[in-house]
Design a protein around this ligand. Structure first.
Ligand code: ITT
Length: 191
């Protein structure tokens, strides 16, 4: 990691997801870091937990690119569905979408769900580290709000969906924010 001409530390974030990139850039900008997107990608392990997926991806990308990187593996875990879609969140969002998820949830009384984000960090030749953030909410009965992305319009946090909250408010409480807070706490102690 190095400082740019504005004296901000640069962090390379390997992701093909523009929405994740925007959020991570906005959150870290407020803390004096500049985030550079790298879209080279990495193989995603099939695991039930997000931590090994993020750790493997971060190590793979750090070795491949020869530089220090972060990745973000995230997902929505719905309790009534035993954690589904969890690690399959990207696939389900793309192939089923929010309406079909709401349909599966139609007769469920237990609407509780957890958004989880795992930041994987790795330097070339070193062991990867992971930082996990979670936020609890409820699956709404219909899509609400045009902000955010993915499952945001159906994730109800204290009466408002993440789609209704919009980036600024979402970024104060989100799973991604909480994971990045842990990552930065560690990073600040290192430097
Ligand atoms: P990269 O692996 O390239 O970073 P991806 O979209 O494939 O991008 P994931 O495998 O981590 O990323 O999939 C996570 C999916 O979970 C994502 O595509 C969204 O559908 C959903 N998701 C994650 N964070 C979210 C958030 O903050 N709000 C809404 N949906 C989210």
């Amino acid at each position: 990691m190095h400082k740019n001409e504005k004296n901000a530390l640069e962090i390379v974030f390997v992701t093909g997801n523009e929405d994740k990139f925007r959020e991570v850039r906005e959150i870290l900008a407020t803390m004096g870091y500049e985030v550079i997107q790298n879209t080279n990608g990495y193989p995603e392990l099939q695991e039930e937990d997000l931590e090994p997926i993020a750790a493997y991806g971060a190590r793979w990308a750090a070795e491949k690119l020869g530089m220090t990187v972060i990745v973000d593996d995230s997902g929505l875990f719905i309790n009534a569905l035993n954690g589904f879609p969890g690690p399959y969140s990207a696939f389900v969002e793309k192939n089923l979408g929010n309406k079909r998820v709401l349909k599966i949830m139609e007769d469920e009384n237990d609407r509780s769900a957890v958004f989880k984000s795992v930041i994987g960090y790795c330097e070339p030749g070193a062991e990867p580290l992971t930082f996990t953030g979670t936020v609890e909410g409820k699956i709404a009965f219909e899509e609400r709000g045009a902000g955010g992305f993915g499952y945001d319009p159906i994730f109800d946090y204290d009466g408002m969906t993440f789609g209704e909250l919009g980036d600024v408010e979402k970024n104060k409480v989100s799973h991604r924010r909480r994971a990045l807070d842990k990552f930065l706490e560690w990073l600040d102690n290192e430097n």
